[in-house]
Design a protein around this ligand. Structure first.
Ligand code: 3PG
Ligand code: MG
Length: 412
C-alpha cells in the first residue's frame, strides 16, 4: 500500500491552494454544548499545519446521523464554535451549506491560511448512498470547491470504516494524502494486532455483545486474556447457564458466545468474567441497588426484575490485577452505566488500572468514542494513557482485521 503523507503534500507546496481535509468532528453534544472535545483537539494539528503553510483550508465532516437533509440539531456549529475557542488564530468559519452556493462563494473567497468548515456532509443523501454514481457525483461537487489545483487529506480516522463519498469516493477525484491523525492511529493499532508485547489483555464492555463478536473472534488466540464487562457480560453469564434477571441479554447470541468460550479455552485465551455484579431495581441514577454474586443475580432483593448496571467490587479488583500484569492493554466499552455515579465504579477502576499500568511502562490503548468520553467524564487526563483512539467503530473494525474503505481509497 502506498499512502502519501501530509509532509509530502506540504513539501510539494500548498500556499494559495485549496486543500480539502476530511476530519472527524463527530462530537457528543448536550444541546449546543460539546461535552467531549477530544476529536476536535485531535483534528487541530493537521488543520493548523496546512493553514500555517498557507493553504486555503476546507474541512468536511459529519455530525450524528441525519437522514440526508439539513436538520438544525446536527449542525456543525457547536463543533466549529469549540474549534474556534481552541484555535482562535484559525478564524474558522462554517459555511451555510455543504456544496451549495454558500459553500461555493465562501470557498472562492478564502484567503491563504484561513479555514472554512463545510456544513455536515450527511445533510446530503448522496454522502452515504449505496449507489456508486450518487456518491461519486457528491464527491465531484466537494472536489470542485477546491478549484483546479486542489488536494484531499483524510484525517478522519473515526470514519475510515465508512464507504462514504467524503471519505472514499473523494480520493478518486483529488490527489489524496493521509493525515497525521490517521497515520498515528494506525501505528498504534498495528501494535495491537501483531507482535504485541505479552501478556496482552483486552477489556471489552459496552451494551451490545453483537457489536463485539467480530473483534472477539479475531482476538481469540492473540490476546492472553479477555475481560468482559458492561451490558454484554450478561449474555456471557447466560451462556454459562446463569439467570440474569432483567439485565440486558441478547438471547440469539448465546450459542455464538458458547462457541467462543470453547474456542478460547483451546487457543489459550482466558476469558475473565465478573464474579459479582451491581444489581439495581431499575434503570435510574437513584435506583436502589446491591452487590450480588454473578451466578446468583436473581437472589437480590429485586428478584427477577433486578438489572445489572455495573461489575461488582471483587470483579473490579480482579480486572485491575489482570491489567496490572499486562504489557499491552486494549480497552473498548464502559464496564457499567458510568453516566450514573452509582454505577461508575467498575469503569473507573478499569481506567485507574490502565493509567497505573501506563505509568509502569505498559502500553495501554483506550479505543472508541464511548470509552474515550467515559475516561474524560470521569476526570482522567488524556496523557494518563498511552493512546486514546478517536475511532470507535473504526478501531474495532481494524482489530477485526477488516478492510477499511477510507484507507484503501488512499492507496495510489
Ligand atoms: C464515530 O462516531 O464512530 C464516527 O464518527 C463515525 O460515525 P458513524 O458511526 O455515525 O459513521
Ligand atoms: Mg459510532
Amino acid at each position: 500500500m502506498t499512502l502519501h503523507t501530509l509532509s509530502e503534500l506540504i513539501d510539494e507546496g500548498v500556499r494559495g491552494r485549496h486543500i480539502l481535509i476530511r476530519s472527524d468532528l463527530n462530537v457528543p453534544l448536550d444541546g449546543s454544548n460539546v461535552t467531549d472535545d477530544g476529536r476536535i483537539k485531535a483534528s487541530l494539528p493537521v488543520i493548523k499545519a496546512l493553514a500555517d503553510a498557507g493553504a486555503r483550508v476546507l474541512v468536511s465532516a459529519h455530525l450524528g446521523r441525519p437522514k440526508g437533509a439539513p436538520e438544525a440539531k446536527y449542525s456543525l456549529a457547536p463543533a466549529v464554535a469549540r474549534l474556534s475557542e481552541l484555535a482562535p488564530e484559525l478564524n474558522a468559519v462554517l459555511a451555510a451549506d455543504t456544496t451549495g452556493p454558500a459553500a461555493q462563494a465562501a470557498a472562492a473567497d478564502l484567503a491563504d491560511g484561513s479555514v472554512l468548515v463545510l456544513q455536515n456532509v450527511r445533510f446530503d443523501a448522496r454522502e452515504t448512498s449505496k449507489v456508486d454514481g450518487e456518491r461519486a457525483a457528491f464527491a465531484t461537487e466537494l472536489a470542485a470547491l477546491t478549484g483546479s489545483n486542489g488536494a484531499y487529506v483524510d484525517d478522519a480516522f473515526g470514519a475510515v470504516h465508512r464507504k462514504h463519498a467524503s471519505v472514499y469516493d473523494i480520493a478518486k477525484v483529488l490527489p489524496s494524502y493521509q493525515g497525521d491523525l490517521v497515520r498515528t492511529e494506525l501505528e498504534v493499532l498495528r501494535k495491537l494486532t501483531s507482535d504485541s508485547e505479552r501478556p496482552y489483555v483486552v477489556v471489552l464492555g459496552g451494551s451490545k455483545v453483537s457489536d463485539k463478536l467480530a473483534v472477539i473472534d479475531n482476538l481469540i488466540g492473540k490476546a492472553d486474556s479477555i475481560l468482559v464487562g458492561g451490558g454484554m457480560l450478561f449474555t456471557f453469564l447466560a451462556a454459562q447457564g446463569h439467570k440474569v434477571g432483567s439485565s440486558l441479554l441478547e438471547v440469539d447470541q448465546i450459542p455464538v458466545v458458547q462457541d467462543y468460550l470453547k474456542r478460547a479455552a483451546a487457543a489459550g485465551t482466558n476469558f475473565v468474567l465478573p464474579t459479582d455484579v451491581v444489581v439495581a431495581a431499575g434503570f435510574a441514577a437513584d435506583a436502589a441497588h446491591e452487590v450480588v454474586a454473578a451466578d446468583a443475580i436473581e437472589s437480590s432483593a429485586f428478584g427477577a426484575s433486578g438489572l445489572g448496571l455495573d461489575i461488582g467490587p471483587d470483579s473490579a479488583a480482579a480486572f485491575a490485577t489482570a491489567i496490572s500484569g499486562a504489557k499491552t492493554v486494549f480497552w473498548n466499552g464502559p464496564m457499567g452505566v458510568f453516566e450514573f455515579p452509582a454505577f461508575a465504579a467498575g469503569t473507573k477502576a478499569v481506567a485507574q488500572a490502565l493509567a497505573a499500568n501506563t505509568s509502569n511502562g505498559g502500553f495501554n490503548v483506550v479505543g472508541g468514542g464511548d470509552s474515550a468520553a467515559a475516561v474524560r467524564t470521569l476526570g482522567f487526563a488524556d496523557d494518563a494513557f498511552g493512546h486514546i483512539s478517536t475511532g470507535g467503530g473504526a478501531s474495532l473494525e481494524f482489530l477485526e482485521g477488516k478492510e477499511l474503505p477510507g484507507l484503501n481509497a488512499l492507496d495510489r
